[in-house]
Design a protein around this ligand. Structure first.
Ligand code: AMP
Length: 115
């Protein structure tokens, strides 16, 4: 989508610190990190939010994204201390970019529940 920030990162039109790529996903550093490690995992194809990943195709995409996010966490050294994978959906959750993304947060003790 032309006016989507994360599609533009995928297209290389907006710079990002990419930490890992797969066939259909990209992981990059969040520009406003809320933890010592804060990475976003996104599908390369535009999907607005987790609620839009439906059917068998959506099921497979979400599985791959979660597995990819776990691989990213391992490669960034988060397995020993642990980490959180979270996706905000819609306005009450504070979703600010309408392109599905999983936050991978770690490197400090994370509070629960989130605010
Ligand atoms: P959310 O609020 O859950 O939709 O998360 C969107 C995230 O995207 C926020 O944590 C932002 O800091 C992050 N973000 C926004 N613009 C950029 C950018 N250009 N590069 C990296 N991360 C970004």
């Amino acid at each position: 989508m032309a006016d989507c920030l994360f599609c533009r990162i995928v297209a290389g039109e907006i710079p990002a610190t990419i930490v890992k790529r797969s066939e259909d996903a990209v992981a990059f550093r969040d520009i406003d990190a809320r933890a010592p490690t804060h990475v976003l995992v996104i599908p390369m194809a535009h999907v607005a939010a987790v609620r839009d990943a439906r059917g068998r195709e959506g099921e497979q995409l979400l599985g791959r994204l979660l597995q990819f996010a776990a691989e990213v966490a391992t490669e960034l050294g988060l397995d020993a201390g642990g980490y959180r994978i979270v996706t905000n959906t819609g306005k009450d959750a504070g979703q600010s970019v309408d392109h599905l993304h999983f936050h991978v947060l770690g490197g400090r003790k994370l509070g629960w529940p989130p605010g």
